[in-house]
Design a binder for this molecule. Structure first.
Ligand SMILES: C[S@@+](CC[C@H](N)C(=O)[O-])C[C@H]1O[C@@H](n2cnc3c(N)ncnc32)[C@H](O)[C@@H]1O
Length: 261
């Protein structure tokens, strides 16, 4: 296991060819999904800008429409957890420091957030984090091999509270169907939100996905290993509640109980 040398950036040979669009859930087919974000200029600090300029080649992978090999990207064989929308990356950093035996692939579209995360990787000496700056739906669809992930974290995705914007919410049946195919048997999906109507939508969508099982009755307690996120802190200040959901893709044996017979 080599955790000291950053692995080279892409191009990485495809482990398997990407699926043809017709094999994917409808809304995940190329060109058919509504994005869960809008590009915004936003403020970026000098340090974040400098990190983007100097550290991207070392710690970021460019988007590719081919499946990647985690062993090549991280330079070791280890369970890999994908996080969607890490924001400024403070939670990702804490979890990755606390779980050095796992790889963390963070996906974020926001320049300042990616710059901040690159800075954290460098300053904390993190060797188990890589970044893709791209739409997570396309990353999941095109870069992540089927049944390859040990877990997925989606913490406080944009709630899009206005009714006319609900279609932008990330947690939708077609995306969750796609995501579930990327989880290895026994792997988990952990979501959290501070927006009750979105929590209810999450519970309905995740419960309705036949490839997933709820690990709890309804909502879960926040596990001790999930630190409070920046967005969560803001929500709590506004008097919001917090809802965690932890679903899993059942181990293969539970799909076919006679497999060992
Ligand atoms: C409300 S913030 C939450 C950030 C962080 N998880 C937290 O709890 O503080 C949601 C983040 O998700 C990112 N995001 C939204 N849709 C995305 C997508 N399709 N792919 C990648 N990132 C996305 C946004 O840029 C934003 O930084």
């Amino acid at each position: 296991m080599n955790m000291t040398t950053p692995s080279p950036a892409l191009p990485i040979p495809a482990a398997e060819p990407a699926l043809a669009g017709g094999e994917l859930p409808k809304a995940a087919r190329p060109g058919t999904h509504i994005r869960s974000f809008v590009h915004r200029r936003g403020h970026i600090t000098l340090s974040q800008k400098e990190a983007l300029e100097t550290l991207t080649d070392t710690w970021s992978l460019p988007y590719t429409d081919r499946h990647i090999s985690f062993a090549q990207v991280f330079g070791r064989e280890a369970p890999t957890v994908l996080e969607i929308g890490f924001g400024m990356g403070e939670t990702t950093e804490k979890i990755a420091l606390a779980q050095p035996e796992r790889n963390f692939l963070g996906v974020e579209v926001f320049n300042a957030g990616v710059g901040a995360m690159l800075r954290r990787i460098e300053d904390s000496g993190l060797r188990n984090v890589r970044i893709v700056q791209h739409d997570a739906v396309e990353v999941m669809r095109d870069m992540i091999p089927p049944a390859s992930l040990a877990g997925v974290h989606i913490y406080f995705p944009d709630p899009w509270p206005k009714k006319r914007h609900h279609k932008r919410r990330l947690i939708q049946p077609a995306f969750i169907e796609l995501l579930a195919t990327r989880l290895a048997p026994g792997a988990y999906l952990h979501c959290a939100t501070d927006w009750q109507p979105y929590a209810e939508q999450m519970l309905e969508v995740l419960s309705g996905e036949p490839q997933l099982c709820n690990t709890c009755e309804g909502y879960a307690e926040r596990p001790a290993w999930r630190p409070q996120t920046k967005f969560e802190t803001r929500g709590l200040r506004l008097g919001h509640g917090v809802w965690d959901l932890i679903f899993e893709r059942p181990p293969a044996s539970r799909y076919s109980p006679r497999a060992d017979a």
